[in-house]
Every structure is written in C-alpha cells, then in structure tokens.
Write a protein of this length. Structure first.
Length: 177
C-alpha cells in the first residue's frame, strides 16, 4: 500500500476519532453536571482502573501499553474538563485570584503514582506554563514542586489547581511574587 493511501486512511480514522471525542466530552459535561448535583467526586480511581481494564481487554499485547495510555489520557482530559465545569460552584478556590500569576504547587505521592505527569499534562492542557519542576524521593514517596504561570482568570486554569488539591490531600500552593 502506498504511503499517501495509508495517510488518507489515517485521516478518515482521525475524523471519526474527532467526532467520538467531541461526543465523549459532551457526556463528560453531563457527568460533571450530575456530580455537581450529587456532590460526587470527579476522580474515582477504582472506576478509572475498571474502565481502562475493560477497554483494553482482548487488545493484542503489542498494542496494550499504548491502548492503556490512550484511554488513560482520554479519561485524564475528561476529568480536567469536569473540574472546569464544576470550578465556579466549588469553594476550594473562592479566594484564588483571577489574574495572571505564577504559583508554586507542592505535593507528595507514591513513587508508582501517575499524579506528577497527570498534573503537568493538565496544566499544559489549560495553557499554563510549567516554569520549573523539582522532585525529591522521601521514603516510598515522590515529593514534587512545580511552578506554574498563566492566566488564572480562565476556568480551565483554575480547574487544574482544583484538580490537584482535590486529588492529592498533601497538595498546597503558594503565590510567587
């Protein structure tokens, strides 16, 4: 098969993926609205593990890591979006300035946790700049600090901070002058 033909097929798959992604995001919005009404948590790790397991069942071993990553990323994007839908109604950031800022976010998590890349990816999704990252091993945990700069008047940027605070009980932030 010629490269141009393969690329045309990939374009068609991408078009289908785009439509399915937009449909999934609409459903994520509905989930967020429902969770707002019931006060349910956005992040339910056990549910995410079950979904990823179900979506990757029967996938060829050759593609299994990539398939897990694909569904994990989709769920992470949906989760960050859900926080942005809920951000206005939640009080966790009621005193957080709505302006251009630089903040230092710090937290600790188990070494095998995916929280560090999840939070950095969420920040990038929100258009925040990761200015610096520092990590330090403390026993079985990794402690991380990263400096984020950007426009915190944007709901998605504020949602990232809300996500970090809600998904990691050790998380804190300080404003950098």
């Amino acid at each position: 098969m010629e490269l141009n033909h393969i690329r045309e097929e990939i374009d068609q798959v991408d078009k289908s993926l785009r439509e399915l992604f937009l449909q999934r995001m609409e459903l994520s919005h509905q989930v967020a609205e429902t969770k707002l009404g019931t006060k349910a948590d956005v992040y339910v790790p056990k549910r995410e593990q079950e979904v990823i397991h179900a979506r990757t069942e029967g996938v060829k071993e050759e593609f299994l890591p990539e398939c897990r990553a694909f569904f994990g990323q989709i769920m992470e994007i949906g989760r960050t979006y859900q926080y942005s839908v809920m951000e206005e109604a939640d009080t966790v950031l009621k005193d957080f300035p709505r302006e251009e800022k630089c903040i230092k976010v710090s937290f600790c998590c188990p070494k095998e946790s995916r929280q560090i890349p999840v939070f950095v990816n969420a920040a990038a999704l929100a258009g925040l700049t990761v200015e610096k990252i520092e990590t330090e091993k403390q026993g079985d945990d990794m402690c991380c600090s990263f400096w984020l700069s950007g426009d915190f008047s944007l709901s998605l940027a504020r949602a990232v901070i809300m996500q970090i605070l809600k998904e990691n009980q050790t998380a804190s932030y300080t404003f950098i002058l």
